[in-house]
Structures are given as C-alpha cells and as structure tokens.
Write a protein that binds this ligand. Structure first.
Ligand SMILES: [Ca+2]
Ligand SMILES: [Ca+2]
Length: 225
C-alpha cells in the first residue's frame, strides 16, 4: 500500500500542474484580448531586435504591377531607382490604406574589397508622383532598415561576399515592405511606390534584372504608422 507521504506528493504535483496550465491559458487569453503587442505599437523586444511594428488591413482594394526585363547596373553609393521600378496607387478621400509592396529581381553584387561591408542595398519608398514621372518626398516603408536606430544594418538585398563574387554570381532575390497612409483630405490622393538600390562602396557593382514590383492597397489600414 502506498504511504500517506506518497499520496500527498501526488496531490502536490497534480495541483502544481493545474496551476501552471491555468497560468499559461491566462497568458494566452491576455494576449488575445489585448494583453499582447498592439497594432501600431513600437516596442523594444529581445536584444538585436530594436523595433517591432505590426499592422494590417482588410480586403484588398488595388493591385498594381510593373515588370522590367532590361538589365540595370549601378555603382552608385546613393540610392537610385532602376528604370521602371515605380508604381502608383490611390487612397480615397477620408480613408486609410495599408500599402504593401513586394520586389523581386535577378541580381548580382560583385567587385568590392576584401573587407566588409560589401553589400548591395535596397529599400522601398512611398511618396508623391511628380508630373515628370519622379517620386518625390518618399518615406521608407517598414521595416525602415535604412533609417533604423540599429545603425550599420541597412538591408542588404545581395552581397559580394567581400569581393569573392563575380558578375556571373546571378541570384534571385526578393523583399517586401509595408506602410499605412491616412488620407485626411476630401479628394483622392495618388502615391508612388519605388524600389531603390545602392552599393556600400565605389568598387562594387549592383546588377538588377527582370524586375517584378507589385504594390497592393488594403482597406482600413491600421498600425504601421
Ligand atoms: Ca533581362
Ligand atoms: Ca551575392
């Protein structure tokens, strides 16, 4: 026959397990009903992750696509827009739209030096289209890797592996960015979405070819301020 001490041990373990399970369930519910991260909040999380921004939208309102199959090559250390990597979307009066953009291309990041950084960078901006076809006053969409407080970590779409790669190091690469725009005006506003690229030193070259840029808007955008 089992001793009383053993029975109390079994009771204590059972109660402990129930309490732990209740705690886990409570934490999950708290997250579900608002105890967790909120849409649009920026909160420091684990070391190495500086800013987390969340957001979204409801049904898709617009999808705009541009493709470009001519190669583009640059050695610019300032951001430049590959020909054709521009798209426009609209935001109706008194409304908020999630604008989300996806970029994919064949790239080659080659040359450079034997010391870091030898990166080929990319970003997506949302701005105002000009009559001459430019995109003015662009704001970087999230994650704002290029203006992040986590300095020295811009977004490398490609790399030359410290000068070891050649022009023949063609690779398919892609990235996505999102932002919410609130139109407080009584008229529809047109916005431009552009992809831009640059290199981190003048000995590097960035080849970009066969671009597919897609921008979508979704109604009732939230977060991603
Ligand atoms: Ca091509
Ligand atoms: Ca590469």
């Amino acid at each position: 026959m089992r001793s009383k001490r053993f029975k109390w041990f079994v009771v204590a373990v059972t109660v402990g397990a129930v309490v732990a399970l209740a705690g886990l369930l409570g934490a999950a519910l708290a997250g579900a009903v608002g105890g967790g991260p909120q849409a649009g909040n920026q909160s420091p999380t684990a070391p190495g992750v500086r800013v987390r921004v969340t957001g979204g939208g409801h049904e898709i309102d617009e999808i705009r696509i541009v493709t470009q199959d001519a190669q583009f090559i640059t050695g610019s250390t300032s951001y430049v827009t590959p020909p054709g990597a521009l798209i426009t979307v609209t935001v109706p009066p008194k409304s908020r739209r999630l604008i989300t953009a996806d970029f994919t291309a064949e790239t080659s990041c080659f040359g450079g030096t034997t010391t870091s950084p030898n990166w080929c960078l990319a970003r997506i901006l949302v701005g105002r289209p000009s009559v001459l076809g430019a995109c003015l006053g662009g704001v970087e969409a999230y994650p704002k890797a290029d203006v992040s407080p986590d300095t020295l970590t811009p977004f490398a779409l490609d790399s030359s592996d410290n000068g070891r790669q050649t022009q023949q190091s063609f690779e398919g690469h892609a990235f996505s960015r999102s932002i919410v725009f609130a139109n407080a005006l009584d008229v529809t506003q047109r916005l431009c979405v552009i992809a831009q690229v640059r290199v981190t030193n003048r000995l590097l070259r960035f080849w970009v070819d066969d671009i597919h840029l897609r921008a979508m808007t979704a109604k009732d955008g939230f977060g991603l301020p």
